[in-house]
Design a protein around this ligand. Structure first.
Ligand SMILES: [Zn+2]
Length: 837
């Protein structure tokens, strides 16, 4: 692929004056605008600005009209013939047509008082500002922005900065905002529409507002307001650098492609990531909200105040925000044990994906803008990157970590950086060579398996699935407990050192690797498992599931492993136990006797906790018990326990779904979906799904409906997915992924994806979420025939840069699963069949 020239090398923008007129948005789908850009032309070539699907009506340079400008659609450029280097002022009149794609400038829809209404919002990351105004759309091209908007007088208008003036005339109002500090184009934002708010102030007096459409009750704004205010206070203290703007708005948008977007001073969210209903939202929902708010607020420093120089360094934004959000949440809400969740959410995803050949490193060279969207691989730039930052903090120590960050923010405020700039600040603060330790981890894909024998340790690259020989090694922070004679970091491939029989590695989960012990060593650790820390209990079990996927251990060994964990009470460890059991489900799909034994095993190991916890929360119980109850009841349901099935059925009432405890709501609905033959219930549920304003209730219904065992119901649900009035486009991919992983509906879902590809392309092409569909399909397919179909369908798309890596890795992933099924299947089934009842 041809690298694209950085326009910033030819023209440096200093200030933008942008005006958008939204008064014809609703009737004519037309938005007109003007932009005046002052900046410096560096050479005698043409001036080139980014512009994508904009109609340009007139251009002037230094007040003189230029008639012979051109639009280069392939390069996304507006080309202006002007050849005199120096200071220039450009003025462009343009317009654009509003479409439903959730990037650039787009409409969101909601129903209030029986009337369908629109609001207008922006989503410019990564390179979509060019869809809303001509600009140098590169992160390094920082400038100041004066934004003004003409809009319906009944509407609220928000942008990055506070309102400077408003001028109301007839039905239209001109709102002008304060000038921004120097910032990148991808962070410019506005929201205009009928929205309401709750406000608070931080200790220093920063105004914090939480906004939503009127379809959302005012009390759903309270929890986010409390979190957002406290988190700004926390970061100001933790980073030692103040939040740089005078206000911070947080807006829940009814249509939003990703989870949230960190626009400076105007953060946008999908509703489920910001709004907590005091009645229906449980601890897991609140934990999610606080985490997303903490993530986006971290970006106000990492990303907004100091910005990556180019997309290669996206990890400077995302890996840090994903790590730091846990520091904030742990400080404010210690009862949620967020570092355990860190292993469940970031650790598992990162370790699984990073083991597949062809995976991207955390730092990727980006030549063409179309490659940018492929960078946002959640498991790598977020998950692995965050794990590496945790490893880094353990390496330099907490005090040096904070001192280094403070220096970094102070030195590079309003500027751009590369990874080495951060390493330099942390090296100075810690006296350690951070670059030597970190660069291998950041630039090299994959991670090692550390093999432990009585007289030494060795490392080799860990793989799941087919791969070429690898000689890669890493500087591995061994985390040995007790420390014995083992060094802190292993730089070599092999190390001769006496190992103690009960020594654990990667204790505290500060390293990105898996450990393989000898069978005797593992047995010793398992026999003492209840005296290990919660993190270590969790990582030991997770490592074993990875070693099984990588064929270092047999799948049947997982059955014995689970017996060591009976009596466990921590909810996060139980999540891994349920997942470990889930690893075995794929082997029994076609063997009824073995499947019945696996179901019985599930109910057996969950039973004592079910008897302890029952169906419903007890006032005053620990949050961890509340969260554990969902997992335990889920395992009892998989075990087809009659008491639990009856108990769930008895709790179902279509009129009061929102009143059910959050942790069991989707299980109650799922039980009815699975065991009822009354089709009217399906209609009622879809009706509730379509009409409830609660994003959380929608998610619970989705999770439940996709567990149907009826392919006809699945086909109907998938048909609804293409009707935006029933399932919003932002919500479709989870419906698909659950149905393609459900063995009863897999074929229907897989056929649907291939049959709907034109629709997928039209709806999501150009969006960050586009590659989710081939990725999710690969996570569910199970047979040689499906692998052949996957190849036949997706291989012709390999030359599409947004899909290349996902398709290649998808083929590896399915192939690895098939090999595992073929080689381990019979042993697993035999072992299950031999289990006592
Ligand atoms: Zn982020």
């Amino acid at each position: 692929m041809q690298p694209v020239t950085r326009l910033y090398t030819q023209f440096i923008p200093h200030h933008y004056d942008i005006h958008w007129d939204l008064t014809k948005a609703k009737e004519d789908r037309l938005i007109s605008g003007t932009v005046t850009i002052s900046g410096e032309q560096k050479d005698t070539a043409n001036i080139r600005l980014h512009a994508h699907e904009l109609d340009v009506h007139s251009v002037s340079v230094n007040g003189v009209d230029v008639a012979d400008f051109t639009l280069d659609a392939d390069a996304d450029e507006l080309v202006i013939p002007h050849h005199t280097p120096g200071q220039v002022t450009l003025a462009v009149d343009f317009s654009l047509t509003l479409t439903d794609a959730m990037h650039g400038l787009y409409p969101c829809y909601f129903v209030y008082d029986g009337i369908r209404q629109e609001l207008y919002a922006t989503q410019f990351e990564s390179h979509h500002a060019r869809e809303a105004f001509p600009c140098i759309d590169e992160p390094e091209a920082k400038a100041t922005f004066s934004v003004s908007i003409t809009h319906d007088t009944k509407h609220v208008a928000l942008s990055n900065m506070p309102v400077a003036t408003t001028d109301a005339r007839d039905h239209a109002t001109l709102t002008t905002f304060d000038v921004t500090p120097k910032m990148s184009s991808y962070l410019v934002a506005f929201v205009v529409g009928n929205i309401h708010k709750k406000s608070g102030r931080t200790k220093r007096g920063i105004e914090v507002n939480i906004w939503a459409s009127p379809a959302q009750h005012a009390n759903t704004l309270d929890f986010a307001l409390e979190s957002a205010t406290k988190i700004i206070d926390f970061y100001e203290e933790y980073f030692g650098v103040n939040y740089p703007l005078a206000k911070c708005d947080h807006v829940a948008l009814p249509d939003f492609s990703s989870g949230a977007m960190e626009n400076w001073g105007l953060i946008t969210y999908r509703e489920v990531c910001l709004l907590a209903d005091p009645k229906t939202t449980g601890p897991a929902g609140k934990h999610l909200i606080a985490s997303v708010v903490a993530h986006e607020l971290a970006h106000q420093w990492f990303g907004n105040l100091v910005t990556m120089e180019w997309w290669d360094y996206l990890w400077l934004n995302e890996s840090f925000a994903d790590f730091v959000e846990h520091i904030a949440v742990d400080a404010l809400y210690p009862e949620w044990e967020t570092w355990l969740d860190f292993i469940l959410s970031r650790g598992i995803a990162a370790l699984r994906r990073d083991a597949i050949e062809g995976v991207q490193p955390v730092q990727v060279t980006v030549k063409h803008p179309d490659e940018i969207s492929t960078l946002f691989d959640g498991a790598i730039v977020y998950g692995k990157g965050a794990r590496l930052m945790k490893m880094l903090r353990a390496f330099v120590g907490e005090e040096a970590f904070r001192a280094g960050l403070k220096e970094y923010f102070s030195t590079y405020a309003y500027g751009n950086t590369k990874g080495d700039d951060l390493w330099a600040c942390l090296s100075k603060a810690s006296g350690k060579d951070v670059g030597v330790f970190m660069n291998t981890w950041i630039t090299q894909p994959g991670y090692p398996v550390v093999s432990v024998t009585p007289d030494g340790i060795s490392q080799t690259q860990f793989f799941i699935g087919q791969h070429a020989e690898s000689t890669k090694i890493w500087p591995v922070p061994l985390g040995a407990v007790p420390a014995g004679n083992v060094p802190e970091i292993m730089y070599d491939k092999e190390l001769a050192v006496a190992i103690e029989p009960n020594q654990r590695f990667n204790s505290g989960d500060n390293g990105h690797f898996v450990t393989q012990y000898t069978p005797e060593h593992l047995k010793t650790l398992l026999s003492q498992i209840h005296s290990a820390s919660t993190v270590d209990r969790l990582t030991l079990l997770n490592d074993q599931t990875l070693l099984v996927r990588g064929r270092y251990e047999s799948s049947a060994s997982l059955i014995d492993l689970l017996s060591y964990y009976e009596g466990e009470t921590n909810d996060a460890v139980w999540d891994i136990m349920a997942m470990t059991l889930g690893e075995l489900k794929k082997f029994v799909e076609t063997d009824n006797a073995a499947e019945q034994k696996l179901r019985a095993l599930s109910a057996r190991i969950a039973r004592s906790n079910f008897e302890r916890l029952g169906f419903e929360p007890v006032k005053g119980e620990p949050v961890t018990d509340t969260k554990l109850r969902g997992t335990i009841l889920g395992m009892m349901l998989y075990g087809e326990d009659a008491t639990v099935i009856d108990g769930m059925m008895a709790r179902f009432d279509i009129a009061t779904l929102a009143d059910l405890p959050a942790e069991i709501r989707s299980l109650v609905i799922a039980t009815v979906v699975r065991y009822t033959d009354d089709n009217a219930v399906i209609d009622q549920l879809m009706d509730t799904y379509q009409n409830t304003p609660s994003a959380e209730l929608k998610e619970d219904i989705m999770a439940a409906m996709t567990s149907t065992r009826d392919p006809e119901v699945a086909a109907r649900l998938l048909a609804d997915c293409k009707n935006a009035e029933i399932v919003r486009p932002q919500d479709v991919s989870p419906w698909f992924v659950y149905l393609v992983r459900n063995r009863f509906t897999r074929t229907v879902a897989w056929d649907w994806l291939r049959g709907s590809w034109d629709w997928v392309l039209a709806t999501y092409g150009g969006d960050k979420s586009f590659d989710e569909f081939p990725r999710y399909a690969a996570s569910g397919l199970m047979t040689e025939e499906q692998l052949a179909e996957y190849k036949a369908f997706f291989e012709p798309m390999l030359d599409n840069p947004t899909l290349t890596r996902t398709i290649t890795m998808g083929i590896s992933e399915i192939s690895a699963r098939l090999a595992l099924l073929a080689e381990d299947g019979e042993a697993v089934r035999e072992k299950l069949r031999d289990l006592d009842d």
